[in-house]
Design a protein around this ligand. Structure first.
Ligand SMILES: [Zn+2]
Ligand SMILES: [Zn+2]
Length: 296
């Protein structure tokens, strides 16, 4: 989600970086996908030749360009996509779940892979927007015991419906104390920071158990909150994570399909593209779960 200044800086481009749909027409030389294929579209274009592109990390290509800016994106009836970016999805994976795979779900999946969630691990998820809610669903499917933290009751309710075992409203309760209570004083083995807030980042450090691991994906605050002295005694591991590599998109389609994961419970608003001005207005108020455009 971009703020207004970021959106303006992208100029006169079609927004939308979470595309999923049906291939309508293929261009000259396209061999691996065909008309009628259902695909999720990886949202960074790379040069296709460099070391990062060769390893599937198109988001790190020095010529990386994202759909929705600077490349025209998917809030439109049609989007032009590179063949290599089109990852097939089976009929059992919905277009909405495919759109989640393209960005918020993919971002969460890449993070949960870094955390290496094992059955029975406690996973604290800070910030329950679309990325955090996706993290709840994925951590649950990996066997985690999930605690969701946010300051909006709507989002806590969505977290419960998508699989959280416990939720904490950080406006009313201290999340560090709540996490310690849920874990018999030990703290969470794993944590996922999707709020981008100073408070969320600070609380994470104090919520982890000895030997705990945290991954940070939420951007926002620029305050320095991490003091290395605090991670030494408990041997904490802190990591950053940014979207997902193209190769992991393929793995995630298989994971979502085989584990029957769905992110649709995070969706609170569905719009036709004709209602885009209203959709942007409602979404901008920040009181929604995931809002999506649908085509029939
Ligand atoms: Zn490249
Ligand atoms: Zn996104």
């Amino acid at each position: 989600r971009m703020n207004k200044e970021q959106a303006k800086s992208r100029g006169d481009r079609v927004p939308g970086h979470e595309p999923c749909g049906i291939i309508d027409i293929i261009g000259h030389g396209v061999k691996k996908v065909k008309e009628g294929d259902r695909v999720t579209v990886y949202h960074y274009l790379g040069c296709g030749h460099c070391d990062q592109c060769a390893s599937g990390n198109l988001m790190w290509c020095r010529e990386a360009r994202g759909y929705g800016g600077p490349v025209d994106g998917s809030h439109a009836d049609y989007v032009i996509a590179d063949e290599r970016n089109c990852v097939p999805i089976p009929d059992s994976v919905s277009f909405i779940d495919g759109a989640f795979i393209a960005c918020p779900g993919g971002t969460a999946f890449s993070s949960m892979k870094k955390l290496d969630v094992k059955a029975g691990n406690t996973v604290a998820v800070f910030g329950l927007g679309p990325v955090g809610l996706s993290g709840v669903a994925i951590a649950k499917a990996m066997g985690g015991k999930v605690i969701g933290i946010d300051i909006l009751d709507l989002r806590l309710d969505l977290a419960k419906s998508i699989g959280a075992d416990e939720v904490v409203n950080a406006k009313n309760d201290n999340p560090v104390d709540a996490i310690r209570n849920f874990t018999n004083g030990k703290g969470a083995m794993l944590a996922f920071e999707a709020s981008g807030s100073t408070q969320g980042r600070t609380d994470i450090i104090h919520s982890l158990s000895r030997g705990g691991k945290a991954v940070f994906v939420g951007v926002g605050s620029n305050e320095n909150v991490i003091n290395p002295s605090q991670i030494i005694g408990s041997q904490l591991t802190l990591m950053g994570s940014f979207v997902l590599p193209l190769w992991l998109t393929w793995e995630m389609v298989g994971f979502v399909n085989s584990q029957k994961v769905s992110f649709e419970k995070a969706v609170t608003h569905r719009f036709s593209i004709d209602d885009a001005p209203l959709a942007y207005k409602i979404f901008d108020e920040g009181q929604t779960g995931k809002a999506v455009f649908e085509w029939n």
